[in-house]
Write a protein that binds this ligand. Structure first.
Ligand SMILES: [Zn+2]
Length: 229
């Protein structure tokens, strides 16, 4: 009787231990699933943040773009005037400025893409963005606007992206510029809107344009045909 009772107690103890082991294993699996779920949520949130950045620039385009303010028009007309100056110096008719949030002009440049002093990478936007980046903090650049007489090409849009300038306001669209330059070997214009380039990045950059397109086109009319004929 005593032996039978002892064996019974032992069997009960073994069953109890095995039962607890099963419960602990199940709890551990649930915890792992929860961790995996949390990681998936975190990855999803990170992914949404990136796609959200893209969506912002795309929605700007879908909504007909953010409108230009009065100060934007003043700054853009200065850039167009500088593009005329650039043409009068024998360079291509493009110019850009980088302007701080308080209206201070941080940098300005025309094109310098022709020999003997320039090279084909020296577009106005790239030169202005580069000059601003060498003298301003990341915070100042994020608050700054690049004004340009024509929409930045893919190279210059990349320069704005990498320097961290927070805003672009352009006059002439790249499509309209392409109509004016054609396949001129000195300026074989891309057919690639800057918003499309920026939509693939992770940094949100506000884009305004085209604005004052006819005024900006004036500097180009006759310029490219004269050179190709
Ligand atoms: Zn460019």
């Amino acid at each position: 009787m005593t032996i039978a009772l002892s064996v019974g107690i032992c069997l009960w103890a073994i069953v109890a231990v095995l039962h607890n082991a099963v419960i602990n294993r199940t709890a551990a699996n649930e915890n792992n699933e929860e961790t995996d779920t949390d990681m998936t949520k975190a990855q999803s949130a990170a992914s949404s943040a990136v796609s959200g950045a893209s969506a912002t620039t795309r929605s700007d385009e879908a909504e007909g773009r953010v409108s230009a303010g009065e100060s934007d028009l003043v700054q853009l007309r200065k850039a167009i005037s500088l593009a005329e100056d650039s043409k009068n110096r024998g360079s291509h008719p493009f110019a850009s400025t980088v302007v701080a949030a308080d209206g201070t002009v941080l940098a300005s440049a025309g094109n310098n893409s022709l020999p003997p002093t320039g090279d084909p990478t020296q577009h106005a936007e790239l030169r202005a963005a580069s000059a601003a980046a060498r003298q301003c903090s990341p915070e100042e650049l994020a608050e700054a606007t690049l004004y340009t007489s024509a929409e930045p090409c893919v190279m210059c849009t990349g320069a704005v992206y990498w320097t961290g300038i927070g805003r672009i306001v352009y006059a002439l669209s790249e499509r309209r510029l392409l109509e004016l330059t054609g396949d001129d070997p000195e300026n074989p214009t891309f057919d690639l809107p800057c918003r499309e380039v920026l939509s693939r990045g992770q940094r949100v950059i506000e884009v305004v344009g085209p604005v004052l397109e006819d005024e900006a086109a004036a500097a180009h009319e006759g310029f490219w045909t004269r050179r190709t004929n």
